[in-house]
Ligand binder design. Structure first.
Ligand code: TPP
Ligand code: MG
Length: 622
C-alpha cells in the first residue's frame, strides 16, 4: 500500500503522458485553464525582441495577472521590461513569501500563480513555499534567473548554486533555457504543466545573459491535451454505484474544487452524504444538506464519522488520502472503495481500492450525470434531517468555551465565520487551531478556505492571503495564525501596508507553540522549546503602518472581529488565546493510530517515561 516513490517522481511520471502535444487528441478531456485567444494569431509571440521582452510578452499573452518577487542584479532587465510592458508585479520582502503569494493566488483563482526570483538565495528562500505547492497540488510557476551558463560561463559567479537541481526537488518539472529563442515555449510549457493532470509547481530557469540577447521570434501557443478517462474502470464504477444495496458516501478532494454543481447533482442522485479532505473544503458548499464536513474518520467532524459509519461504498473523487487530512491514515477502510483521480499514481496508494478510475474529477462527474437514470435513488428524507441534527449538536459543543483566561480559539473560528461574508477568503496557518478550523469553519463556497496542508509550512497564511488580496481587492480576506507562525512571516505585513491591501490578520497570541506542547505533553509529560517571546503587537502594527485591534475577552470577540473587518486597509488583530483543555479530535485520532503502530517495547518506554515524570513535583517545562 505505501510506496517509496517521491511525490515529485509521481507527478513527473504523469506529466510525461498528460501534457503538451502539438496535436489536440479527440479522446482527451478535462479542464485546461489556458487563455482562449479569439484568433489563433493573437497568441503568437512574434517579432524581433530581447529575451526579457519575449518572456514578459509570453506571460501577458498567457493571462498572468501578477508576478510576485524581488529583483536582483541578474534580472533587473526582466523587471524593467515588466514595467515597460505593463505586466503587474508585487514586490515582497522574502522569496518564501513570493512562493506563498503565488500559491495564494493560484488557490483562490484556480489559475497558475507566478513568482520571479534571483539565483542562489532567491531560489533557496523560495523552496519551502514551492514545497508547499508541490505537496498541496497548487499550480505555481517560478521564473528563475540563473547565473551565466554555456559560452558566457565564468567561474565563481555570485549566486552560483545549482538552481536547476535544487528546483527539481520541489517541482513537477523544471525547464532550463539554453537559447534565447526557446524562452516563450519554456514559459508556456511550465504554465501548462503546472495546471495539467494533478496541478503543482514548475520552474523556468533562464541564464541572465539571455535577457539582453535579441532574436526574431515566431512562437504560436501550445496545443494541450487533457486527462484521458479510462472507460473500463468507469463502467465498473457505474456498475457498483447502480447497485442500490450499497449505501454510498462521497469523499471529495481538491480535484473537485471547480465542480461544485455536478458534485452536488451526483450526491443528490445517489442520496449520498459528502465529506471532504482539508484541501477539498468548500468543493461542495458545507451548507448543502448532504455535506457532513471534513474527513470521515475519528479525526474529522463527528457528523462525518457517524454518517459514514452507515456507508458501505465510498466514492473518492480528486482526493489522495494524505496523512494530515486522514489524521495519520485514520479514515476507516470501507468494504468497497472507488477512487478517481487525475493522477493515476495517486490511485490505490493508501486505501484498498475496488476500482481505480484515472480521470479528471469534472469529467468523471459529468459522465456520471449521463448515467442519471441508472444511478438515481429514491429520496431519503431522513438523511438530511439526521445530518442537520448531528451538525447542530456538534456546533453546540464547539460553542462551549474551555478558556480560563483569554479566548478559546474554537470560539474565534466560529466568530470569524459568523462575522464574514460567504465569499470571504480564509487563510488558516499551522496553528493547533487549524484542526478546529477544518472541523468548524464552514466553507460555503468553493475556493474560499486555504490551509498549507501537506507541507505544513508555518507562516504561509500571511503572504498567501496578501497574494490573493492583490487580485481580489474587494473580497474580505482573513488570516488566522498562531503567534509562532506570525513570527515567521510578519514582516510581509509591511507589503500589505505599502500596497494598501486590506488583509485582516488575526493572531492567536498564547506566547507558545501550543501545537507542539499538545503533542509533547502526552508523550513526554513535559514541554521542550515551546515558549515564545511576549510581543508588543500594538507597536508592531504601528511600525508596519497598519491598523491595530486587540481582543482579550470572549464577550468582546464578535465586536472586535467586526471592528477589524470594518476598518479600511490592513489590520492586525491580537487575540489573547487560551486553548484550555479542549480535546482536539485530530490529535486524539493521530495519537491512537500512531500508538497502534508501535511495538510493545516502544509503547512501554512511553508509558514508563510519562509515569515517572508525572510523579515529579517539579515541572520541567521548556
Ligand atoms: C517551518 C516549520 N517549522 C516547524 C514546524 C513544526 N510546527 C508545527 S506547528 C508549530 C507551532 C505553531 O505555533 P503557533 O503558530 O504559535 O500556533 P499555536 O499552536 O500556538 O496556536 C511548529 C513549531 C512547522 N510545521 N513548520
Ligand atoms: Mg501560539
Amino acid at each position: 500500500m505505501f510506496h517509496s516513490l517521491s511525490r515529485r517522481d509521481l507527478l513527473k511520471a504523469v506529466a510525461a503522458g498528460a501534457l503538451v502535444s502539438a496535436i489536440p487528441t479527440a479522446v482527451s478531456a478535462g479542464p485546461l485553464r489556458r487563455v482562449r485567444y479569439e484568433k489563433e494569431e493573437d497568441g503568437v509571440i512574434s517579432g524581433h525582441m530581447t529575451g526579457a521582452a519575449a518572456l514578459v510578452e509570453t506571460l501577458l499573452k498567457e493571462g498572468v495577472e501578477c508576478v510576485y518577487g524581488i529583483p536582483g542584479a541578474q534580472d533587473n532587465e526582466l523587471w524593467d521590461t515588466m514595467k515597460t510592458k505593463g505586466l503587474p508585479y508585487l514586490l515582497v520582502t522574502h522569496e518564501f513569501s513570493a512562493a506563498c503569494m503565488a500559491d495564494g493566488y493560484a488557490r483562490s483563482t484556480g489559475k497558475p500563480g507566478v513568482l520571479c526570483v534571483v539565483p542562489g538565495p532567491g531560489v533557496t528562500n523560495s523552496l519551502s513555499g514551492l514545497g508547499e505547492a508541490l505537496l498541496d497540488s497548487s499550480p505555481v510557476v517560478a521564473i528563475v534567473c540563473d547565473v551565466a551558463r554555456g559560452e558566457k560561463y565564468k567561474p565563481f559567479q555570485v549566486h552560483e548554486l545549482p538552481q536547476v537541481g535544487l528546483l527539481q526537488q520541489v517541482t513537477k518539472g523544471v525547464f532550463p533555457v539554453k537559447c534565447v529563442g526557446d524562452i516563450p515555449n519554456a514559459v508556456r510549457e511550465a504554465l501548462a504543466l503546472a495546471v495539467s493532470g494533478e496541478p503543482g509547481p514548475t520552474a523556468v530557469v533562464v541564464p541572465y545573459p539571455l535577457f539582453i540577447e535579441t532574436f526574431k521570434f515566431h512562437c504560436p501557443p501550445l496545443a494541450l491535451t487533457g486527462v484521458p478517462l479510462s472507460e473500463d474502470a468507469f463502467a465498473r464504477a457505474v456498475d457498483l454505484l447502480c447497485d442500490r444495496k450499497r449505501r454510498v458516501g462521497i469523499y471529495a478532494g481538491l480535484g473537485c474544487m471547480d465542480y461544485s454543481a455536478p458534485l452536488a447533482e451526483v450526491a443528490e442522485l445517489l442520496q449520498a452524504p459528502v465529506a471532504t479532505s482539508v484541501s477539498g473544503k468548500g468543493s461542495l458548499p458545507e451548507c448543502h444538506p448532504l455535506s457532513v464536513g471534513w474527513g470521515y474518520g475519528p479525526q474529522g467532524t463527528k457528523t462525518a464519522e457517524q454518517v459514514f459509519g452507515d456507508v458501505d461504498l465510498v466514492l473518492a473523487v480528486g482526493v489522495r488520502y494524505s496523512e494530515v487530512s486522514t489524521g495519520f491514515y485514520s479514515d476507516p477502510q470501507t468494504p468497497c472503495l472507488i477512487q478517481v483521480d487525475a493522477n493515476p499514481e495517486n490511485l490505490g496508494k493508501v486505501m484498498k481500492t475496488s476500482v481505480c478510475v484515472h480521470a479528471d474529477a469534472g469529467v468523471f462527474l459529468s459522465r456520471l450525470l449521463e448515467q442519471a437514470d441508472c444511478l438515481r435513488r429514491p429520496k431519503d428524507c431522513k438523511l438530511p434531517a439526521r445530518i442537520a441534527g448531528l451538525r447542530r449538536d456538534e456546533y453546540k459543543k464547539c460553542q462551549e468555551s474551555y478558556a480560563k483566561c483569554g479566548i478559546d480559539p474554537m470560539l474565534v473560528v466560529l466568530a470569524l465565520r459568523h462575522c464574514t461574508k460567504p465569499d470571504a477568503l480564509f487563510f488558516v496557518d499551522v496553528t493547533l487551531a487549524e484542526h478546529y478550523a477544518a472541523e468548524a469553519l464552514t466553507a460555503v463556497q468553493a475556493r474560499t478556505y486555504f490551509n498549507p496542508t501537506n507541507n505544513q509550512a508555518m507562516g504561509w497564511s500571511i503572504p498567501a492571503a496578501i497574494g490573493a488580496q492583490r487580485v481580489f481587492p474587494c473580497r474580505q480576506t482573513v488570516t488566522l495564525t498562531g503567534d509562532g507562525c506570525f513570527l515567521m512571516t510578519a514582516m510581509e505585513i509591511s507589503t500589505a501596508a505599502r500596497e494598501g491591501l486590506p488583509v485582516k490578520f488575526f493572531v492567536l497570541d498564547d506566547q507558545a507553540y501550543h501545537y507542539m506542547q499538545k503533542l509533547q505533553q502526552s508523550a513526554y509529560a513535559r514541554t521542550t522549546a515551546t515558549l515564545l517571546a511576549h510581543l508588543d503587537y500594538a507597536a508592531l502594527a504601528k511600525g508596519f503602518g497598519v491598523g491595530y485591534n486587540e481582543i482579550t475577552s470572549e464577550d468582546d470577540l464578535e465586536a472586535g472581529i467586526r471592528a477589524a473587518l470594518c476598518q479600511e486597509g490592513p489590520v492586525l488583530t491580537r487575540i489573547a488565546a487560551d486553548y484550555g483543555k479542549r480535546p482536539v479530535r485530530w490529535i486524539d485520532a493521530v495519537r491512537k493510530r500512531y500508538m497502534r503502530e508501535l511495538n510493545a517495547e516502544q509503547k512501554a518506554r512511553i508509558v514508563a517515561r510519562v509515569g515517572a515524570r508525572s510523579i515529579h513535583l517539579k515541572k520541567e517545562n521548556d
